[in-house]
Design a binder for this molecule. Structure first.
Ligand code: NAD
Ligand code: MG
Length: 309
């Protein structure tokens, strides 16, 4: 007999009755025109985004898991790192060296949750860096059960004449090739029961005219996830994707949108506002968790109401 916890027992004492919150008014934020150099820092965003720092409550759903989250310093990846730690997982986060200050904040939040945080700076557009990131995560965490492929670049270019070959190549390297390299490198470490989560986008389905390279890259990883889900199902490895709609993150203030478009970013959505990164966290927790044991090859859309297939 093992001493496994009784699943009938709640892991946390209820602290308050759940109150209904209207999602249209949950985050009433005014976003001013602003711009940051690539890759952008969460700490410089006005107003700051909600990554769950004071809002995400964990319930032990990923106890003892070991997760690598690329782009874990800011935005959606930061929200996932905070949530995973509060759900009981140790995490490794990848990020660019310029994002060290954001990454240090995340590492502190993970440690505050009583979990290990391995910090792995490096440009995953370089194959050797991408592959060694996975090896270093495995070494630091003592294994790997959850792989969140989330790092990406987005730069809006309105006219095809202005889209350079350099931008095209960089987008594909970071957004498509790196997930391939890291997935391949991780494969030998993923045991049956492991979960891989690609970050796609609503752009894979309803692309914006000025995001040719980016939207194509998000469609590519969405399709990759469906190939790999079928290929790896017999090995007990689940592979899914998450498709966010418009989220208030550093990527949007560092070229993802034109600065003048930021004050109305997300306003055309049925919920009438952009999402906050913490509102993505539950999707990644679910797909990594035991509750999703029959879910693979799926794309979980979190779009604020924008229709997806
Ligand atoms: P973000 O800028 O906060 O996070 C992206 C992260 O990618 C950066 O923090 C950076 O660490 C990492 N990154 C970028 N280039 C890298 C490189 N060369 N090497 C290593 N790391 C690199 O923005 P985000 O919006 O949270 O983006 C996370 C994911 O969400 C991306 O895959 C993006 O395509 C996807 N997404 C975002 C939105 C949105 O509206 N924000 C919508 C749909 C999908
Ligand atoms: Mg960042």
């Amino acid at each position: 007999m093992t001493n496994s916890p009784d699943p009938a027992q709640p892991t946390d004492e209820p602290t308050a009755e759940a109150t209904l919150v209207d999602p249209t008014t949950k985050y009433e934020v005014e976003i001013p025109v602003q711009s940051q150099p690539v890759p952008g820092l969460a700490s410089e965003m006005v107003p700051p985004a909600d990554h769950g720092e004071t809002t995400y409550v964990g319930h032990g759903r990923l106890r003892g898991r070991r997760a690598l989250i690329t782009g874990g310093d800011s935005g959606i990846g930061r929200a996932v790192a905070i949530a995973y730690a509060r759900e009981g997982a140790d995490v490794a986060i990848g990020y660019l060296p310029e994002e060290q200050s954001d990454a240090d904040e995340v590492a502190q939040l993970v440690r505050d949750a009583g979990r290990l945080c391995i910090q792995l700076p490096g440009d995953v557009g370089d194959e050797e860096v991408a592959r060694s990131l996975v090896r270093d995560a495995v070494a630091g965490l003592g294994g790997l059960d959850v792989l969140v492929l989330n790092a990406a670049r987005q730069r809006k270019v309105e006219k095809l004449e202005d889209l350079t070959s350099e931008q095209w190549a960089e987008t594909m390297n970071v957004n498509v090739n790196a997930p391939f390299w890291m997935m391949q490198e991780a494969l030998g470490h993923l045991q049956p029961g492991s979960s891989v989560i690609f970050t796609s986008s609503v752009q894979a389905y309803t692309p914006s005219p000025g995001l040719v390279d980016y939207a194509a890259s998000r469609a590519a990883v969405n399709t990759m996830s469906k190939c790999l889900a079928q290929q790896l199902a017999p090995r007990g490895i689940r592979v899914n994707a998450v498709a966010p709609g418009p989220f208030w993150t550093a990527l949007q203030v560092s070229g993802g949108q034109l600065p003048d478009a930021l004050p109305t970013f997300g306003h055309k959505n049925p919920l009438g506002r952009p999402g906050q990164p913490v509102e993505m966290a539950g999707a990644y927790v679910y797909l990594a968790s035991e509750e999703a044991s029959y879910t693979t090859g799926n794309t979980l859309s979190v779009t604020g109401g924008a229709p997806t297939p």
